[in-house]
Design a protein around this ligand. Structure first.
Ligand SMILES: *Cc1c(COP(=O)(O)O)cnc(C)c1O
Length: 226
């Protein structure tokens, strides 16, 4: 790719509007993260617990770490001491474990509910029609050490920008409806995490507050064997 990480960060920053950039650094070495940090990036996204744990001790302590990939309950304890936000909550049992581990660390951990908006079957998340019932779960107000601060979604991996826009719009509409409804004390709708390298400009136009961008900053990743 042309340009440096700093130049690519600047180019994306100029398009952000009211959205903030999460630099998605999965598969990249600590030195690359440090380069992005030195260029001003402070929000970093990783999708695997083990990978965050390997990198986090070697980087500045003021990084705001975002877990953006699927999270297994038995791994929450490892990231609970420092994680800034978990984007991939899609079950009450996971939320319960995050609450428990956050309490052990005397923290309140910010979470997003992951919503399935794409056509692909394989992506995690609740359906748009399930969110209201999920947020009405009687256990949620008892979770004193979590704050659900919004929603996260991934559009279908396609060149059809009209379809991507429709999917982002459906998530924004759900977000706005919830924002205007009565929510538990530990739930608010402040963050809408949508947009990746291929579609972050559309996501910003459709109301994203957090874009998660990897390859447009760091180049393409080696394709993973699993
Ligand atoms: C990898 C990943 C991204 C970033 O993908 P790019 O296409 O490289 O920008 C965003 N969100 C999630 C959940 C990811 O796993």
């Amino acid at each position: 790719m042309m340009n440096t990480i700093a130049q690519r960060l600047d180019a994306i920053a100029s398009a952000l509007g009211n959205s903030r950039l999460i630099a998605v650094t999965k598969t990249h070495p600590v030195a690359t993260l440090q380069e992005a940090y030195d260029a001003g990036a402070r929000l970093f996204g990783e999708n695997k617990v083990q990978e965050i744990l390997t990198k986090q001790p070697h980087l500045p302590q003021d990084i705001d770490w975002h877990l953006i990939g699927h999270l297994q309950s038995n791994k929450v304890k490892y990231i609970a001491p420092f994680i800034g936000m978990i984007h991939s909550v899609d079950s009450l049992s996971l939320l319960k474990e995050i609450n428990k581990q956050a309490a052990k660390n005397q923290r309140i951990i910010k979470c997003l509910v992951q919503v399935h908006i794409a056509q692909e079957e394989t992506k995690f998340g609740l359906g748009l029609d399930e969110i209201t019932a999920f947020l009405a779960s009687p256990e949620i107000p008892t979770f004193e050490n979590i704050a659900i601060v919004g929603l996260m979604g991934m559009a279908t991996f396609t060149d059809d920008t009209a379809q991507i826009r429709t999917e982002f719009r459906s998530l924004k509409s759900c977000f706005d409806t919830l924002k205007n409804s009565v929510l538990p004390h530990n739930v608010c709708m402040e963050e809408l995490s949508m947009g990746m390298s291929g579609d972050y400009l559309i996501a910003i136009e459709e109301g994203s507050t957090l874009v998660r961008v990897g390859s447009a900053i760091f180049g393409s990743r080696p394709t993973s064997p699993h």
